[in-house]
Ligand binder design. Structure first.
Ligand SMILES: [Zn+2]
Ligand SMILES: [Zn+2]
Length: 141
């Protein structure tokens, strides 16, 4: 389903700003609102950062895009939704990568759900990416 159709089936109007937000997220995954704003502004000079935030919130609420909130970082946005995938973040360079949930989302199967119907599990693996691991070794020698 293309993005226009997704907007329509969520009863959202198809606006140039929403389409431009979608395009920016197709170009680059896991970017923050200020980066999206810069990309959108190249096409639509009249847009504002407030308009970007407002539209991002609406799109997140309708499940058309996903928001990730790593601690100590601004919210990041991406188009890949609905598969409950997880993220790897490098502590040194802030690189962020997708990593698949094991099998069919076993992390949604809590051993003790305490009556909750669970539909999402957010896992962020923090560490050092391969590039930063090798540069760290270089420092210690
Ligand atoms: Zn790194
Ligand atoms: Zn992701």
């Amino acid at each position: 389903m293309d993005f226009r159709t997704q907007l329509k089936s969520s009863n959202l109007s198809v606006t140039p700003v929403r389409l431009a937000i979608h395009e920016s997220l197709v170009q680059k995954s896991h970017i923050e609102a200020s980066q999206i704003f810069q990309i959108v502004q190249e096409k639509i000079q009249t847009t504002s950062i407030q308009a970007i935030y407002k539209n991002l919130n609406i799109l997140v609420k309708h499940g058309l895009i996903r928001e990730i909130k790593p601690k100590g970082m601004a919210s990041l946005y991406e188009m890949r939704v609905g598969d409950n995938h997880h993220h790897l973040i490098c502590r040194a360079c802030d690189t962020i990568l997708d990593t698949d949930c094991l099998d069919t989302a076993p992390c949604l199967t809590s051993t003790n759900p305490r009556g909750f119907v669970i539909d999402e599990a957010e896992i962020i693996f923090w560490g050092l990416c391969p590039k930063c691991q090798s540069s760290n070794k270089g420092d210690s020698l």
